[in-house]
Design a protein around this ligand. Sequence first.
Ligand code: NIG
Ligand code: FE
Length: 409
Amino acid sequence: MSTLVTGIGLLVTNDPDQWGHESPLPDADTRSADRLGQIRDAAVVLDGDRISWIGRATAAPAADDAVDLGGAAVIPGFVDSHTHPVFAGERSDEFDARLTGQRYDGGGIRRTMAATRAGSDDHLGAMVDGLLAEMTRQGTTCVEGKTGYGLDLATETRSARVLAGRVDEVTFLGAHVVPPEYAARPDDYVDLVRGPMLEAVREDVSWIDVFCEQGAFDTDQTLAILAAGRDAGLGLRLHAAQLHPTSVIAPAVEMGVAAIDHCTFLSDADVEAIAGSSTVATLLPAAEFSTLQPYPDASRLLAAGATVALATDCNPGTAFTSSMPFCLAIAVREMGMTPAQALWSATAGGAAALRRDDVGVVRVGARADLLALAAPSWLHLFYRPGVPLVSHVWHRGVHHDLSVPSLTF
Ligand code: NIG
Ligand code: FE
């Protein structure tokens, strides 16, 4: 079954080699939009779960079905490369306390752990499904999800099983914090994570992650856990420099981690190490919004030549949002990104962080993951913050018509 999506006023492909670049506005500065590979008056043909044709609407082939978007902007679906969606309970009281001066130190993770251990598989699955439904409505079409609120063998294994088949990429985060029963012997917990726990989750996960931070895991523990994951054939990811400077960045880059996430407290040497590598710096502004920490400096990383991704960090403690548009808005207002850089980072950047070339791009053969906006330009994502502009989502070729009316300009 093929579908012709036509009447696209402006299409972002993230494929500039193929499509060059056009300014979204006649007098706009085009330089920062170079990587977006935009096409005016475009059409796309979807065949099953893949994209089969892209070009000018006037040259479009026939298809079994057609949707005319009447001049709307279309972009690749958002790739949310960092989420923690498998948990039970909520912690709005901690957010309230932070607004009156309480500092975030990661301690609340153990509250969510207790609720998650007590949650049935059905309860945990319903939470993931609920968050994924929210994400789809806000334009996210590819999701990475982490375990990390079980922190014992049984609940980490259940969490990985609940995520498998629901999210696109499953990450083992047994090393989120040391659970209370191991408080007096943290190295025994490290041994549990890199031994029996890793073996138990292995068939359901493709990535391993560690929260390297004061109060969580130190650099040596982090590198030991990542090495065990690498030896088990997993890809490597890392939470680092969220709350304090760290010595883990250079050795982690050296080990080939796909992404270092948070990246708020980076030294010049850290920035240089990331920029000179294929490791992606994933920035999570919703976490800083909720923890009242300083935002990471995206412009510094970009100026050094680093690849930057944006993701939600969706979790009940530090970033209880499923909204990529919310993160995009903060990125341009507080982190020194241009709108074009932020859009690229939330789509192609997320794909790079997951080492995937089939998402975050509108290209023949890529997954049929597209969004239509109730707007003539993707700039409205930033220009009209907080407005639900995602009017159609094609996710693996399945059409969700969200019936969002467009204003007439
Ligand atoms: O990415 N930093 C560690 N993990 C989460 C927060 C988890 C929590 O507080 O529940 C994060 O921000
Ligand atoms: Fe996180």
